[in-house]
Design a protein around this ligand. Structure first.
Ligand code: SF4
Length: 416
């Protein structure tokens, strides 16, 4: 990457056009980019701005809601504020009930309507008759000596995803999944090997946070969408979950403590830069040499490094925020001098912070972590080029810490 380029003013229109062309191209291949799965807001039928699209007399309804009602009970967490208000008003309930029920659903993690003890028994029974309330089931849990806990959760249709809680002093950081499986196919990742089963809905992503919070009995202080899946190929659901984690109805976590981690789905990085909340962005780089990156991360081949570099310049221009590049150091693959030189060239003159990660060893994988000494050499060299860099030591080294490992152990190579 030419450092001179990064310092000159970026041509927004040219880059936006190029990125748009890439977007159109990727749409030919749904495995590569399925950015708008589910409903407009990612919760499938949960949105406060959505216009009704069905022809029934219920103004707050959507076609999906009507269809669901005809066949089965509606999952109450899939209703947005307006829809829930409508439903309760039509049941003759006062407006303050909405607030009470929302607190049970989005903060207190009610597992059943009977948990909602500040509602009358009669109302609870009526709610039970009309709505369903699902919670994910715990399939497996591992506890590390460093205090982190890894969970494998099963959702209503049987698909599974992992999430992690990492306590430090009195703060709880969490990492949640946005898809069951993943289509990107990174060669060093257990999840990538199994492929994509389906994207999670916005509330399935959010529920993982509630689950971890309950288990630790601690408030979530920060969250990253970095577990299984590529969040920017499940854009609306991921943004819904972040907004809910940030909102006063939900967990109330500061936007700057909520991060999306992506492999670099460029059109949606641009989209993300226009979100009004100050969410933060991490990009999995793993190599600044095109051929190495294509090998390590085949699912993002078509977004080349030059385009990624340009898009990140646009992101910084639009948000003024410092992005992070994640770089898992793999012995003999991306920790060579040539790789280091390319990384320095890619990052010099930008705002980026480089997070060097010690790779977690996964079963049947030929990839090994680089030495501590080599990682320190990377940090020192990057700093000489004016690039901020730190080494992130993986948590949970004594458990199946790497993404997808626990699920693989429990279900084998089955796709769930
Ligand atoms: S590292 Fe992330 S993006 Fe790559 S295959 Fe694994 S889950 Fe998907």
């Amino acid at each position: 990457m030419n450092n001179q380029d990064s310092k000159t003013k970026v041509d927004r229109t040219a880059i936006a056009n190029e990125v748009h062309a890439l977007y159109k191209e990727t749409q030919k291949d749904p495995q590569q980019l399925t950015s708008s799965e589910g409903d407009e807001d990612g919760s499938n039928i949960h949105t406060s701005t959505r216009q009704p699209s069905c022809s029934c007399i219920n103004a707050a309804h959507t076609a999906a809601l009507c269809k669901q009602e005809a066949s089965q009970k509606v999952e109450i967490r899939s209703l947005n504020h307006d829809q829930l208000t409508y439903e309760l008003t039509s049941m003759g309930e006062p407006a303050f009930r909405v607030k009470q029920i929302e607190a049970w659903l989005w903060q207190k993690n009610a597992r059943s309507f009977d948990d909602m003890t500040n509602l009358s028994k009669k109302l609870r029974a009526r709610l039970k008759e009309k709505f369903a309330l699902y919670s994910p089931a715990l399939v497996s849990k591992q506890v590390s000596q460093d205090g982190s806990r890894k969970y494998l959760l099963r959702f209503q249709d049987g698909v599974m995803a992992e999430c992690v809680g990492m306590p430090t002093k009195n703060k709880l950081a969490i990492c949640v999944s946005t898809q069951a499986g993943c289509a990107i196919g990174c060669v060093f990742c257990a999840t990538g090997k199994a492929g994509l089963t389906r994207s999670l809905t916005g509330y399935e992503i959010y529920e993982q946070a509630l689950f971890i919070q309950d288990d630790f009995q601690m408030r979530v202080a920060s969250a990253v969408l970095m577990g299984q899946g590529e969040p920017l190929t499940n854009y609306n659901a991921s943004i819904f979950a972040l907004k809910m984690m940030n909102s006063a109805i939900g967990l109330g976590v500061g936007a700057r403590h909520l991060t999306i981690s992506t492999c670099g789905i460029l059109p949606n990085i641009i989209k993300f830069s226009h979100e009004k909340e100050q969410f933060t962005l991490a990009v999995s780089l793993h190599s600044a040499v095109q051929s190495t990156r294509d090998y390590l991360m085949p699912g993002v081949k078509r977004f080349n490094l030059q385009h990624l570099h340009d898009t990140m310049n646009l992101y910084v221009e639009a948000t003024g925020r410092r992005p992070t590049y994640e770089y898992a150091l793999i012995k003999g693959v991306n920790d060579t001098d040539e790789e280091l030189a390319a990384l320095c060239d890619f990052c010099a003159g930008t705002l980026a912070h480089v997070n060097l990660i010690q790779l977690n060893k996964i079963d049947d994988s030929p990839f090994l972590p680089t030495s501590e000494k080599r990682a320190e050499h990377f940090v020192k060299t990057l700093k000489r080029f004016g690039v901020e860099a730190t080494i992130r030591h993986s948590r949970g080294a004594d458990i199946d810490a790497a993404c997808g490992q626990l699920k693989q152990k429990v279900v084998g190579k089955k796709r769930v």
